[in-house]
Ligand binder design. Structure first.
Ligand SMILES: Nc1ncnc2c1ncn2[C@@H]1O[C@H](COP(=O)(O)OP(=O)(O)O)[C@@H](O)[C@H]1O
Ligand SMILES: [Mg+2]
Length: 256
């Protein structure tokens, strides 16, 4: 298997508060993999995801994406690399006052520049493609509504449609289902699974619950205080490892 992402000795120190958010993190993500990031809140999951596309600037270390050094990329090279990396977020990050369709179309522009996409003129083909993406997530009838009129689950489907529109090699999802009820969470996770299996998109997603990670993840990487405390298959997480990741007092809960 070929590596899609290689992370070497990644360090992130936030100047403000002098927080060591990532401490010497190294790992590789293979093409086609479905990797789940686990860890308590504050363990560094969002920081790790955002270093990969340099939404956050790493303090030290190297990130290589499909053979190209992201950490050394010029802003022009970075723009090209980011087109291949889609991202969805816990709070959906849609342009609330724009239509659902406009939000999906912005995926075509590569990295989301919401201001630019709102005034951008799109070709007929782009609009047909965006509608097809909305059909895939089951909400074509919502296309002309304002994004903020939709329920949370529907907004996250728009986020997925926007990611599909981007035709990415990598989908990064930062707690994509943490704001959703369990039933909706599963339906969203199934779209991620489908992108992974049918569109050959490599998925890296942080998740709150181990039960979701077990169900959808092929491999799990757990962080604690910015360091990797576990890396392996879901089946390898026993009671002892669970306590290492979540702390002594934690109990495993099921998301049904
Ligand atoms: N912009 C920031 N400025 C200062 N500290 C931050 C910032 N973002 C995150 N942190 C800190 O970095 C650590 C890791 O945070 P984060 O990556 O958000 O963890 P997670 O996503 O696992 O909850 C935490 O201690 C958090 O408080
Ligand atoms: Mg986070």
């Amino acid at each position: 298997m070929e590596d899609l992402i290689r992370i070497e000795n990644l360090v992130k120190i936030y100047e403000r508060g002098e927080v060591l958010a990532l401490n010497d993190v190294s790992t590789t993500v293979q093409k086609g993999e479905f990797l789940v990031l686990l860890g308590l809140s504050g363990s560094g999951k969002s920081t790790l995801l955002r270093c990969i596309n340099r939404l956050i600037e790493p303090t030290a270390g190297t990130i290589v994406f499909d053979g190209k050094d992201v950490t050394k990329a010029s802003s022009r090279q970075l723009r090209h690399l980011r087109r291949r990396m889609a991202m969805i977020f816990q709070q959906f990050n849609l342009v609330k006052r724009s239509s659902v369709l406009t939000n999906v179309l912005s995926g075509r522009l590569g990295y989301v520049n919401p201001a630019a996409s709102a005034i951008h003129k799109f070709a007929k083909q782009d609009i047909a493609d965006a509608m097809a993406c909305l059909e895939r997530v089951g909400i074509p009838e919502q296309a002309y509504k304002r994004a903020d009129e939709l329920s949370g689950g529907q907004q996250q489907r728009v986020g997925i449609a926007r990611a599909l529109m981007q035709q990415p090699d990598l989908l990064m999802a930062d707690e994509p289902v943490s704001a959703l009820d369990p039933a909706t969470a599963h339906s969203i996770m199934q779209y991620l699974e489908q992108m992974n299996q049918e569109d050959d998109v490599t998925v890296v997603t942080s998740l709150h619950f181990l039960s979701l990670a077990r169900r959808y993840g092929a491999r799990i990487l757990a962080l604690k205080d910015g360091e990797i405390v576990f890396e392996g298959s879901p089946a390898e997480i026993d009671k002892v490892k669970f306590k290492e990741i979540y702390g002594e007092d934690a109990e495993e809960v099921e998301v049904r």
